[in-house]
Structures are given as C-alpha cells and as structure tokens.
Design a protein around this ligand. Structure first.
Ligand SMILES: Cc1cc2nc3c(=O)[nH]c(=O)nc-3n(C[C@H](O)[C@H](O)[C@H](O)COP(=O)(O)O)c2cc1C
Length: 341
C-alpha cells in the first residue's frame, strides 16, 4: 500500500533519474541497513539451497543490472534476499548507450532497456564488494555477472571475460557469464555453438589457472541465456555448458520480442517484467526436462516474478533459485516479504 503511493510519485519522473535518486538515498542510508534486518527476517533462512559448496539461505535473489556497480549490496542483504548478482561488469568502465535508454511500460508492468553495460569497471567493483563484505551477514551471497566492453571485438570477447574473472575472483561467490544482453552488438552470437565452445573453453581454462596459481577454491560459474531461443538452441547451449563443467544456467535475460503488449511503444532494447514471464518459464521448462538426471547443475529462473504465485511457477518450471528485477521496481523492496513469508 505504502509503496503504491510512493510509486505513483516516482513514476511521474524519468525512470533513470528515479533509479539514480533511489540509489543516492540508499547509499546515504547505508549505515542504517542492519537496523532493517529484524523487519525482514520472516522466513529468510528457510528453504536453503546448496550448489557445489555454495549455500543460499533462501531461494530469492536480485537479478543482474539493478546494482551494476555493487553500490548498495548491504541493502539487499538487509531486506532478506539470499543473494545479489552485481554487474554486468566489464574490464574497463564505460558509459553505456545514449539516453534515454530506459522505458516503463506501466500498462504491461514491464520495462524496456538498452542501457548497454554502463558500469564503472572491474577494479571499482572489486573495491565495492570488499567494503560491503565488512558489513553484510556471512551467509549473504554476491554473484558477479561479467561481460565484454563495447569496443572489444567479438573474437577477443573471451579476453574480457577472463580479465573480469581474474580481477574479481577472490571477491565473487559465483560468476555469471552474460552472453544474452541484446544491447551490446553481437553479444548474443556468443550463444552459437562454435563461439560458445571457444568462450567456455577459455573461461574454464582461466578459472583452473587461477585456482592452481592462487590456491583458491573452484567458484561456481553460471551462464545467462536469452529467452529468444528455440528448443534446439537451448539444448545445444545446455549440453555445451554441462560438457565444460559449468554449474548452472540463468534463464532468462530480457527479450527482443514485443508480443501482446498493451503499450504502444517503438523503442529498441530488451523487454522485461510481466510480458516475458511465459516465455522465460517455457525456457526454464525445456532446460528442466534436459536437466532431470543431474543434481549438480542448477537452474535459476528470472523473468516476470512479481508475486508468490509467480515465484511458485518458476519452481514448478524447474528452477532451484529465482531472481527478480522488474518486480522490485513495480512492487517495491517488500517483494521479499510477499514471496518468502
Ligand atoms: C534496466 C535493466 C537492466 C538490466 N541489466 C542487466 C545486466 O546488466 N546484465 C544482465 O545479465 N541482465 C540485465 N538485466 C536483465 C535482468 O537481470 C533479468 O534477467 C530480466 O530483466 C528478467 O527479469 P525481470 O522480469 O524480473 O526483470 C537488466 C534488466 C533491466 C530491466
């Protein structure tokens, strides 16, 4: 109720301005977040989930792109999520696409974005995670979603992923390889069989090298895929990910399709929120059928989760963990209470 009121005011303004304003307030209030914890301690340590030694205190997390630079990690911990995926981070800082690049589709409860990996770069993120780790609870998980800089040619994309892995290896609890953002030219072609083989080969080599040289544990690596794939493509990606020893798939990123929208809008970019739920659920179901016999490969559902019933749909579709982004914008931070209570 209260958030609905706040929302009606926030939605009067430009979406990116509101995002920056809310983050500005959250950064300012950072010291006070531990005090919020008792109000969000409902059920958050139930329904734990462990994958390859990494324990999530509940099944709900913040999807990549909301806290790209890890500015308010403490907040996500305080309001009851089990994890936040920061990033997408690239080796070098970059401004992203020209504004406007973020659009609300209120009638559809969706968002179109073409942010283009605006972020402050891997070194800055490393510092932010280090600072946050002093203040968050020990069981809060920080995943790092990694990508390539706009100017890096696709043939050299693996070098960018490797740099991010190396720079952030000690700080991240897990990594996600983002090859599904529609807003970096050509990125999605990395989902194609030959490109994916080369990329995953190089990334796994890099991880093994880091583990050996620095004597660090093997961290989980997930792959984030688009919802705009057919069953055959999903199967190929799944098999390649399993063959290279990846630990899971996040399904899905935003869609480039615009089916059944109530809003009349002609903007390029990725569509998220309620309009993509059915599409994302169906990708998850395809993956789940393929993954039936594996216990060591995790499926993470994202796309259109606004309520407990949406969350349950993801679980029924085969998800082990669930992530939200657009749902937080439309339902507020209390979404954890609605879903986990
Ligand atoms: C404004 C915006 C920015 C996003 N940025 C990223 C990103 O940098 N990396 C990424 O992997 N996904 C990104 N996403 C996709 C989300 O993480 C998520 O996969 C997608 O929006 C579907 O979930 P949702 O319907 O709950 O938003 C972004 C989504 C939005 C709305």
């Amino acid at each position: 109720m209260i958030y609905r009121l706040i929302r009606s005011i926030l939605f009067l303004f430009n979406p990116e301005t509101v995002h920056n304003f809310v983050f500005w307030i959250l950064r300012f209030l950072k010291w006070s977040f531990p005090m919020l914890r008792p109000f969000f301690s409902f059920n958050e340590v139930s329904n734990e989930f462990t994958i390859n030694g990494l324990k999530f205190r509940n099944r709900l997390g913040v999807a990549a792109g909301l806290d790209k630079d890890g500015e308010v990690i403490e907040f996500w911990d305080a309001v009851g999520f089990s994890h936040v995926e920061v990033g997408t981070v690239t080796p070098l800082p970059q401004p992203g696409n020209p504004k406007p690049r973020l659009f609300r589709l209120v009638k559809d409860e969706g968002i179109i974005n073409r942010m283009g990996f605006n972020n402050k770069g891997a070194e800055k993120l490393k510092k932010k995670i280090r600072e946050a780790k002093k203040r968050i609870r020990k069981d809060f998980i920080i995943g790092v979603n990694i990508g390539k800089n706009k100017d890096t040619p696709l043939e050299k994309a693996f070098e960018d992923y490797a740099i991010c892995l190396e720079t952030l290896y000690e700080e991240a609890d897990y990594f996600t390889i983002n090859i599904s953002s529609p807003n970096t030219e050509g990125l999605r072609t990395l989902q194609e069989e030959e490109n994916l083989n080369t990329l995953l080969f190089e990334i796994i080599m890099k991880r093994n090298e880091i583990v050996k040289d620095k004597k660090l544990p093997e961290k989980n690596i997930f792959l984030k895929i688009a919802p705009d794939l057919n069953e055959e493509e999903i199967k190929k990606i799944y098999e390649t990910a399993v063959n290279y020893g990846l630990n899971g798939i996040i399904a899905t990123n935003t869609t480039i399709t615009r089916d059944n929208l109530k809003t009349v809008i002609d903007e390029t970019g990725g569509l998220s929120g309620k309009p993509i739920k059915t599409l994302s659920d169906s990708v998850l179901k395809t993956l789940s059928t393929l993954n039936q016999d594996r216990k060591d490969f995790v499926l993470i559902g994202a796309g259109g989760v606004f309520s407990k019933s949406d969350y349950k749909d993801k679980m029924i579709s085969g998800s082990d963990l669930v992530q939200v982004y657009t749902g937080i914008i439309y339902e507020g931070f209390g979404i954890t209470r609605k879903i986990l209570k």
